[in-house]
Design a protein around this ligand. Structure first.
Ligand code: GDP
Length: 691
């Protein structure tokens, strides 16, 4: 029973997936021969299909590692290129095309490459074999081919015909065997003829007597012998659709007809090896034997390789187990954990703070636009009507003017679109925090996961957006009509706006400092500001393009000066208003028209408070509940095994770690298989001895 070759071929393909090292390469049958010696015809007769590249222009440029897999339980015949991932190809002319393309991809200037093409053919009609087809030896270098091509081919073949490989040396009967390049090459590496099978093709082209002489020639005796074949398929076969019918039986029939027509030379009593069928059997037996004798060596090599992998695993990874799944699960857990910690820290008070900050800014803008409207736009002429700011201290509680002014300002805030604003601000804050958590997590090395998480959070936030902003808008609605303020609220508002104004003052002053530094010092800035001030008072003229005549300042400098003047004026106003807010007058709600800052702050606080209640329920709680579940779905259940693998391997460190483990596990598996094979071999041997 030829189980060994089959098993060993299985083992070989396992080993191929982890990248075979030299020591792990299992014995193969290497096919060598001159161009046109009939090498392809022999291989195709064994496979039963035309599948090799044909043509005169050096069509085999790369080694083809051909694995034949016998599939007794299935009628299907197909080929696969494991490295290309093209799937099963049942049309052999398509296999031929692919091989031709792969070969012709090697540029003419190089002509041969030692990068092998792997091809597996499965069929119930093929034996389990592993063959390597090499470029044919050439006698003369063709036009446009490199001069050293002859040597290159010969070197490539030499690399493959080393032990323990078996050499299938193809020679044509119509060429003197003494001139066979294949036999000469094999004699160099296998002088005692222990692992060479001589194949003599085109037996039909010579006189039967001459054929007999060739097969019995003892000049280079081979222990595995010579086999004479006629591999030319009869013409009628060519009429079949190319790539479909199996040609083995037609060839065998034709061949049989030839040899049995010459019983004197090729009859059984002469004991000569003839025919493709004989060759197939011989190949199987020889490979099986070679595999058996290489068992020990191979399992030693695998042992060694396994030890190295185990050592690497220990030293580099501390024996720490890891799988793509566990890596993903751990990363996800850690991320959810950090999210939970964030969620516990990001509640109503935090939302209130960011929302209030936003509204404070709006209040400041509003005050600047409606109350603090001292002319500040640089070089424009001063406004003719009296500044509101100048009259504000006289704001009379009964004056319609001041009533209207405060009412309009209040409704500008309440009708700001608080629903959308608040929802946007909070949703942005959540998204920014999620992004921050991702950056701090292991997912930062994984673009796919990063994107998935971002999509998960923005998905939930977008989904909640409209209903949340509607809800918020609805519940602040009463404030659009009436705002009741209590004394305690007023006191808090006063404290609060004092803080806000102080902060704004600091911001103004530091912005002023930045401008100062950018123009090169206080003195210089002062000069420019002086100029801007005077221009504003129409004391001097500024020409059309903004450059000052007498000042001689550049347009850019004047712009800086205007900026500084603006900041100075704003700081002055804020200082003044701070004093007003701190004054006794503003201590009481009664003077609210004189203290719009305090009143508007109270309004902003009320809006914030109410909005936060609903934001908390509609947005925060929903998000905190759904987000981890969404992550579980998108990064857990929804991912295929391949995606999980791809994910984990995005991180080079993780990939290396996984590689070592996979290598180790695979080698362990292979070793186990090898051990059981050896046990089987041992049993067979004992049986043989006993029988
Ligand atoms: P390769 O270049 O060594 O692969 O040779 P091929 O297999 O392409 O064969 C070269 C030529 O010899 C082709 O025209 C084949 O049809 C022909 N040929 C191959 N084997 C035989 C054979 O046994 N008998 C005859 N008469 N022709 C053969």
């Amino acid at each position: 029973m030829m189980v060994l070759t089959k098993k060993m071929i299985e083992i070989r393909s396992l080993l191929q997936t982890i990248g075979q090292s030299e020591a792990l390469i299992l014995p193969s049958i290497v096919v060598i021969g001159s161009q046109s010696s009939g090498k392809s015809s022999v291989l195709e007769a064994i496979v039963g299909h035309e599948f090799l590249p044909k043509g005169s222009n050096m069509v085999t440029r790369r080694p083809i590692e051909l694995t034949l897999v016998n599939t007794p339980d299935s009628m299907a015949e197909y080929g696969e290129f494991p490295a290309l991932g093209l799937g099963k190809i049942t049309d052999f002319s398509s296999i031929q095309r692919t091989l031709t393309e792969l070969n012709l991809a090697v540029p003419d200037t190089e002509c041969v490459s030692d990068d092998p093409i792997q091809l597996t053919i499965s069929s119930p009609h093929v034996p389990d074999l592993s063959l390597i087809d090499l470029p044919g030896y050439i006698q003369v270098v063709g036009q446009g081919q490199p001069l050293e091509l002859k040597q290159k081919i010969s070197d490539l073949c030499d690399k493959y015909i080393q032990a323990p490989n078996i050499i299938l040396a193809i020679s044509a009967a119509d060429v003197d065997l003494a001139n066979s390049t294949a036999l000469r090459a094999s004699r160099r590496v296998d002088p005692r003829g222990e692992r060479t099978i001589g194949v003599v093709t085109k037996m039909d082209l010579v006189d039967p007597r001459r054929g007999y002489d060739i097969l019995t020639d003892q000049k280079y005796p081979l222990r595995l012998g010579y086999v004479g074949v006629v591999c030319k398929a009869p013409q009628s076969v060519g009429l079949f659709k190319k790539g479909s019918a199996n040609i083995t039986s037609a060839i065998v029939k034709n061949e049989h007809a030839y040899f049995s027509a010459h019983p004197v030379e090729f009859g059984p009593e002469n004991g000569l090896n003839t025919g493709t069928t004989t060759l197939r059997k011989k190949l199987m037996q020889v490979l099986e034997k070679t595999m058996a004798s290489s068992l020990q060596h191979t399992s030693d090599a695998i042992h060694q390789e396994l030890e190295e992998a185990t050592y690497e695993f220990k030293v580099q990874y501390n024996d720490r187990p890891l799988s793509a799944e566990s890596y993903l699960a751990e990363s996800l857990d850690a991320f959810k954990h950090s999210f939970k910690a964030f969620a516990e820290d990001f509640g109503r008070p935090q939302v209130r703070e960011i929302l209030k900050d936003e509204l404070d800014q709006r209040v400041l803008d509003l005050l600047a636009a409606r109350y603090w409207n001292k002319p500040i736009e640089g070089l424009e002429a001063p406004v003719a009507e009296p500044s509101v700011l100048a009259d504000l201290p006289k704001a009379d509680a009964d004056s319609l003017y001041w009533h209207r002014k405060l009412d309009a300002s209040t409704s500008a805030i309440t009708k700001l679109g608080i629903g959308r604003l608040a929802t946007t601000v909070v949703a942005n804050a959540i998204q920014a925090n999620v992004d921050r958590l991702v950056t701090q997590s292991t997912f930062s090395h994984h673009p796919f996961a990063r994107q998935t998480i971002t999509e998960a959070s923005s998905g939930i936030l977008n989904e909640r957006f409209y209903s949340t902003s509607d809800q918020v808008e609805n519940c602040i609605k009463p404030f659009k009509f009436e705002i009741d303020v209590e004394d305690s609220e007023w006191a808090r508002g006063r404290d609060n706006i004092t803080r806000v104004l102080k902060r704004e003052l600091v911001a103004c002053e530091s912005a002023h400092k930045v401008v100062e530094d950018s123009v090169g010092g206080r003195k210089k800035l002062k000069d420019v500001m002086n100029f801007v001030d005077r221009a504003r008072k129409n004391e001097i003229q500024v020409d059309g393009n903004g450059t000052g005549g007498a000042g001689g300042f550049s347009a850019a400098l004047i712009k800086k000066g205007q900026e500084a003047v603006f900041l100075r004026d704003r700081a002055d106003i804020i200082k003044m208003r701070l004093m007003a807010v701190k004054s006794k007058q503003c201590a009481s709600l009664k003077n609210k028209y004189y203290c719009p800052e305090v009143f508007l702050d109270v309004v902003a606080s009320k809006l914030t408070q109410t909005a936060v209640l609903f934001l908390n329920v509609e947005l925060l709680s929903e998000f905190y509940y759904n987000f981890p579940r969404e992550l579980d779905t998108r990064l857990g259940r929804h991912l295929s095994d391949d995606e999980v693998q791809r994910f984990a391997r995005e991180d080079p460190k993780v990939r290396a770690h996984l590689e070592v483990i996979r290598r180790k596990e695979l080698l362990e598996l292979v070793l186990e298989k090898m051990e059981s094979l050896r046990a089987l071999e041992g049993r067979d041997k004992r049986r043989e001895a006993a029988g």
